[in-house]
Design a protein around this ligand. Structure first.
Ligand code: GSH
Length: 214
């Protein structure tokens, strides 16, 4: 299996956590987002959308979109399960993951921030305001969803980490990276800290990747 990612890409981070939890080995190729390597003709042949991550399966199939990759991994390597078996609980987990993947992440993406700066002259202060607005609102929604759970569990939706935790941890990393204070979100920060203690999460951290740049 071959995985195209970048150390601080949060969608790559999601996939690294899942690959680690499943114990699936892979060859890693770094695509330097900051230098624009995702826009090269070579990478566009791998993913015409010019985005990370990409997973190439052992059969040579190319998979894009982190949520699709996560569900493919879960279906192909069922143990440990990333989703509960009960349809209602599965919907709750997917809804939580989509708050992050669909409502927060697209608004903090490199190309969006670049467009804000290039087209509308957004400086560092304006960009920070933009990021704070969307990351805070999104993570507050996550906190509220956690507060409303039928049962208060160690991880987002159970006694073991799953899809929701896999999306939450990189999002909390991004909030810290952009200097957004979320210390008042007690459930979010507690679950994040608990996940970080697990090797599958700790080994997936951006600072532990071969392409990490301090
Ligand atoms: N919905 C996609 C988002 C993919 C995405 O936006 N990836 C970012 C890295 S986290 C990227 O490649 N950005 C490059 C750019 O903005 O030019 C997914 O979940 O995989």
């Amino acid at each position: 299996m071959k995985f195209y990612g970048y150390y601080r890409s949060s969608t790559s981070y999601r996939c690294r956590i899942a690959l680690n939890l499943k114990g699936v080995g892979y060859e890693f190729e770094s695509v330097h987002l900051k230098q624009g390597a995702q826009k090269s003709p070579e990478f566009a042949r791998i993913n015409p959308q010019k985005l990370l991550p990409v997973l190439i399966t052992d059969d040579g199939a190319d998979l894009t979109q982190s949520l699709a990759i996560l569900e493919w991994l879960d279906e192909t390597y069922p143990d440990p399960a990333l989703l509960p078996t009960d349809p209602l609980q599965r919907a709750r987990v997917r809804a939580f993951a989509q708050v992050i993947a669909c409502e927060i992440h697209p608004l903090q993406n490199l190309r969006v921030l670049g467009y804000l700066a290039d087209e509308f002259g957004a400086n560092a202060e304006v960009t920070k305001k933009w990021l704070t607005r969307w990351q805070l609102e999104g993570l507050e929604s996550c906190e509220n969803l956690l507060a409303r759970r039928d049962k208060q569990t160690a991880y987002c939706f159970g006694d073991t980490p799953g899809l929701a935790d896999i999306c939450l941890v990189p999002q909390v990393f991004s909030a810290a990276r952009f200097g957004v204070d979320i210390s008042h979100l007690k459930r979010v920060t507690e679950i994040h800290a608990r996940c970080e203690e697990l090797p599958a999460f700790a080994d997936a951290h951006p600072a532990r990747q071969p392409d990490f740049e301090p």
